[in-house]
Design a protein around this ligand. Sequence first.
Ligand SMILES: CO[C@H]1[C@H](O)[C@@H](O)[C@H](O)O[C@@H]1C(=O)O
Length: 672
Amino acid sequence: MEYTQCWLQYKKISDVNKLDVNVYCGETGRLIDRIYEELALGFWDMYHRKIKISGGAANTGTGNGIVLTVNEKSSLGPEGYSLKSNRGRCIIEADTQVGLLYGTFALLRNLQTGESKAPKPAANFDNWSWEEEKIPSNPLRMLNHWDNMDGSIERGYSGESFFFHDNEIIVNDRTRAYARLMASVGINAVVINNVNVKDAATELITERYYTQLRKLADIFESYAIKLYLSINFASPVELGELDTADPLDERVGKWWREKAEEIWKNLPGLGGFLVKADSEGRPGPYTYGRTHSEGANMLAEAVKPHGGTIIWRCFVYNCRQDWRDKITDRAKAAYDNFKPLDGTFADNVILQIKNGPMDFQVREPVSPLLGGLSKTNMILEFQIAQEYTGQQKHVCFLIPWFKEVLNFDMYCKEKLSTVGDLVSGKTYHQVKCGIAAVANTGNDNNWTGHDLAAANLYGFGRLAFDTGLSSERIAKEWIALTYGFEEKVVKNINKILQMSWPAYEKYTSPLGIGWMVTPHTHYGPSVDGYEYDSWGTYHRADHFGIGVDRSNKGTGYCSQYNPPLDTIYGDKETCPEELLLFFHYVDYSYTLSSGKTLLQHIYDSHFEGVEDVEKMICLWEEIKEAMDMDSYNNVILKLNEQLNSAKEWRDVINSYFYRKTGIPDVKGRNIY
Ligand SMILES: CO[C@H]1[C@H](O)[C@@H](O)[C@H](O)O[C@@H]1C(=O)O
């Protein structure tokens, strides 16, 4: 089995000092074993030094070395750590062993990357001084895999599943390598199966799979990661035991209580369930005329005695909206369905809310539901699988986008009202909250298809752990850990990453309109694809203009935002331009702040987007000499595909608008 270690390569730094590094630790257990293994590997690979373990709580030593101590009174919480290194004596302190594990990964990372501006490794551990204290920003830092049990992955762009094959669960060295990678960036919860739970996946909560799940959960636990499962709301029916899944039918409640008993007996550390209900054809409480809180709370009651949590997705909308209906608005759906239920969910239910009201487009406003719930546990859902952002054939570093979302003020309170505050529990003091992302991994040997897509995996974990990190810091860390410390390499790859999301936005769909992708596959342009599909999602372009009127004269979506956002979005003149067409129908001749017409802006940005990809290619070519051939080739091949695809986007979009309007490009460029 071939696979890379991604950012955990521990590249050689120096071997000036060959003495063993003493490690003092009074703790024992599996997490501590993981810590020793990691230190041994890291110090050997980076410095050619062995570690010498001295146990014994009292014997923390006074000399050089690494001291790991659990101090329950240090107020670092269940997962925080403090790391202090002063010329060869490094103390990692935490309230728990989990904190020590994170502190250890931080030590190894910091030794390689140093300060933020230009990553610089510590040439000699014995001279190294460093201080940091971290408590994770978010209690839950979760990955959602959309892996199917036949081995396919819904919206997967990196090969097949490494969890499932032929309806069996795979547990092998790669499972462990995966857990280690995730723990190194602070992921503490993983859902291994697709939210669309069908066929064999419905049986994950039966005897058929417990033995393998137990083995998997065990490996995860040894890296402080909790296993979660997606479940089928209609399990009692689909497993053939009842004729209803009505949450208020006592037989259903009883079925789930007994099921939970059985599940937790077999999987004692299980975190709980993720549920996609009444969404895109999946069963849910609406089938029985019940509300989402009635559905979620019934499950919550069943799992509560076992410490389980129900994560309930808010991706509920009418996916068959008629094109003539200009009032039904998919963007409004999550808020309409869930806002009235605020305060009715059990305390072990968490609502999982996509970052935008639509579906992971390259640009969307932040979901108003995030600013609408104050008495409900929430978790934010991002997607690092690049379903709508180039499918890991295009480089599209999403961390700057995620930063914008997290920093966005929802105006739901005087203070502490950004999305980051809300989902971390700062605003309303929830403890069950955090951030999840749809994973971008598969069994390709680099894990993520495009080598540069690993930056999103790494970046998501780092950002969920420490929301304050800048996207620049995250990118540079990842580059240094993956490609080494050479200045030019770090500089060029960082440039590529930072320009990639804006570039993607420029050559695809303009000003927040989204969706101009090929229906269902979601790769490549098809301007009217969804406009004329029965799975309707509309941009409403005609000969005069384009955009969806979501002001109060249109669908009224903007009024789901707290003031002043509702009026800012509701007026063309104050609406941020990058979202103009999301909120308004605008004439092609409308003048933007740049002085250009809307149409000219569309033309220009599509030409610019392609030029940006050309620049990215030059930046990559410039560092060819410093790269090994495999790394170089993986990315250059993908960049060439990206360039072709960007040109296709440019030409398809520009000629669409040229032909709709008959107005030529003022710069006279070639538009078909
Ligand atoms: C898992 O299904 C996905 C579906 O493939 C995807 O196209 C859409 O983005 O979102 C759904 C969801 O989030 O549930």
